[in-house]
Design a protein around this ligand. Structure first.
Ligand SMILES: NC(=O)c1ccc[n+]([C@@H]2O[C@H](COP(=O)([O-])OP(=O)(O)OC[C@H]3O[C@@H](n4cnc5c(N)ncnc54)[C@H](OP(=O)(O)O)[C@@H]3O)[C@@H](O)[C@H]2O)c1
Length: 274
């Protein structure tokens, strides 16, 4: 088994998260999702990232059951969608997630995007921690000003911020703020949502190390201490993507990757129509 699948990072609440997980955005087709999640679990992945809006909780529950792995050995993240950030709706969303995933507790629950109701949603998340429904709570797509607002108004501090982060969007302002405030940083879109194969600088390093462009991006994220959650609907890619233990990018390689300027592939949190 791949040893890096057992590597975990510690949250500010003392709990841990496996540094590598399986992303599941756009995994909705039943057969494809079952194949991808089961391939990951059989390969030793311990961490699955999903969200209410992905509409795949039930298929993931089925894949976990069919794979025969012990739920206690897994780390499951889900997210409350924008339409459910008002307090009562957020509480309902949390109960729905537990039911759909057929689990007693959620390891990590995030506010998916910083809507105007994010503080109400946070209160519902805090109460879910008190009730044992959720172990750790965090945010996603929060800019520095969103984080500052939350930190000034929370009872439980967020453990993580999951943001778009890849060689073409290094987002250091948010990363540095999170680090200064003991909030872990999780990268989504680490492989630039598949566009990494078109970027010259990444292609150069792929040739140098005889690795795929996807593996170069994931190694980049791992070396920077980010949590990474690569997604693929193809079982062979789910396994290949994380064969990244046997090489190390040099500081020159990292500098080269930092020169890529293609920018965001997802929505800008400051200009997103919630
Ligand atoms: N919090 C948020 O707002 C947010 C937003 C987006 C994503 N996420 C989470 O982060 C995860 C990762 O982000 P992402 O899915 O957007 O992007 P990603 O993991 O960077 O890239 C996924 C894309 O790359 C392709 N791909 C994967 N491995 C490949 C390989 N070896 N060769 C060629 N193509 C490959 C996949 O296609 P195939 O499936 O065809 O292999 C898919 O189109 C998501 O799945 C989700 O869990 C969170």
């Amino acid at each position: 088994m791949n040893k890096i699948l057992n590597k975990s990072l510690k949250f500010n609440n003392g709990l841990e998260i496996p540094q590598i997980g399986l992303g599941t955005y756009e995994l909705v087709d039943e057969a494809e999702t079952l194949a991808s999640v089961k391939a990951a679990l059989n390969a030793g992945y311990k961490h699955i990232d999903t969200a209410s809006i992905y509409q795949n909780h039930k298929i993931i529950a089925q894949a976990i059951k069919e794979s025969g792995v012990d739920r206690q050995s897994l780390f499951i993240t889900s997210k409350v969608w924008n339409s459910h950030n008002k307090y009562e709706l957020a509480k309902q969303a949390i109960n729905d997630i537990l039911k759909e995933l057929e689990i007693e507790y959620i390891d990590l629950l995030l506010i998916h995007w910083p809507t105007e109701y994010k503080l109400e949603c946070w209160k519902a998340l805090e109460e879910a921690v008190d009730q044992g429904k959720v172990r750790s709570i965090g945010v996603s797509n929060f800019q520095v000003h969103h984080l500052k607002e939350l930190l000034e108004n929370c009872r439980i501090k967020p453990v993580i911020n999951q943001i778009e982060l890849h060689p073409a969007l290094q987002n250091l302002e948010v990363v540095n703020f999170c680090r200064e405030n003991d909030i872990l940083v999780e990268s989504w879109g680490t492989m630039i949502r598949g566009k990494c194969f078109e970027v010259e600088e990444i292609k150069t390093l792929a040739k140098k190390y005889k690795k795929s462009e996807a593996q170069i991006c994931l190694r980049w994220g791992l070396q920077l201490g980010y949590i990474i959650i690569p997604k693929s609907s193809k079982p062979n890619r789910v396994i290949d993507n994380i064969q990244i233990e046997d090489f190390e990018l040099t500081s020159e390689d990292m500098k080269l990757l930092a020169t890529i300027k293609n920018g965001r592939v997802g929505p800008d949190p400051d200009n997103f129509d919630f």
